[in-house]
Design a protein. Structure first.
Length: 276
């Protein structure tokens, strides 16, 4: 029987999958592969938790890039690479007698059950941060947050945790007013006539307060500050490249132009975007 939209893959040979996807494998197959690599591959055999740290971070970033790119095949592959790191660390830990992949999965299931008592417990829905605070034996504000978490993301999570126990603005108007207040604080440390910084250390502190307030405004409006900044970074890179292209088309280079001339090209790029 030939393959049809109603019977996808019906005529495919055994062991193959539709649309070029890899042959079906189980999680047990992946775990067995990792153990085999540890036993027979010289490179895999000598890796440790510490030596694998850079690869784990790199793969997480590549997953993030794949999500931003919107390509499912790339995302599938990058998730596989990230999952390989989970398997790798689990097998290394099992060899040390610390825990196994099964223990990792078991701990995850137990944690999710505990975080969702309305589904798996007494049926009462509670804010996660308040549940965590009730169980904690030490300050929960930073507990469990990775030390290397990017600053914008860390600020968002700290604010989320404080909000979980009620320490939060009622709505976006609070952080919006705070942003305006912090802008004024920054302005007082910059000479209005010369632009000179009056106190560099104090300015750094006030700029930090301003950034924190902006992250809070993002959070209260349902925007993640890190994602918003990623979007603006991409927009700046796109517009800068277009500005270079326009200048080159006129036989000019940006380095040879005055700021005013560069700004003319910048505005031309913006007009092009708005007309599309």
């Amino acid at each position: 029987m030939p393959s049809t939209p109603e019977t996808p893959g019906a005529s495919l040979p055994a062991g193959s999958s539709p649309a070029g996807a890899p042959a079906p494998r189980s999680l047990d197959d992946a775990l067995a592969l990792m153990k085999d690599l540890r036993a027979r591959c010289d490179w895999d055999r000598v890796q440790t938790h510490q030596s694998l740290r850079p690869y784990l971070i790199e793969e997480a970033h590549e997953v993030d890039d794949a999500i931003a790119g919107g390509d499912d095949a790339t995302l599938r592959d990058e998730l596989g690479d990230l999952f390989l790191q989970v398997l790798f660390h689990s097998v290394v830990a099992e060899e040390r007698g610390a825990f196994s992949m099964q223990d990792v999965a078991g701990a995850l299931v137990a944690k999710m059950h505990a975080r969702h008592p309305h589904l798996y417990g007494d049926g009462i829905k509670r804010p996660w941060e308040s549940m965590k605070a009730a169980r904690a034996t030490r300050s929960t504000l930073e507990e469990g947050l990775p030390a290397g978490l990017p600053s914008l993301h860390r600020a968002h999570r700290l604010q989320d945790r404080a909000a979980g126990v009620g320490f939060d603005w009622d709505n976006a108007l609070g952080p919006l007013a705070k942003v305006r207040e912090e802008v004024e604080e920054v302005a007082r440390l910059i000479d209005p006539d010369t632009g000179a910084v009056r106190d560099g250390d104090a300015l750094e502190g006030e700029l930090g307060d301003l950034l924190f307030a902006v992250v809070n405004l993002c959070r209260k409006t349902g925007v993640h500050g890190a994602l918003a900044l990623d979007r603006t970074n991409a927009k700046f890179v796109r517009r800068y490249a277009a500005m270079e292209r326009l200048a080159n088309a006129d036989g000019k280079t940006l380095t040879a132009l005055s700021l005013e001339e560069q700004d003319e090209y910048w505005e031309a790029v913006k007009r092009e975007e708005h007309s599309e």
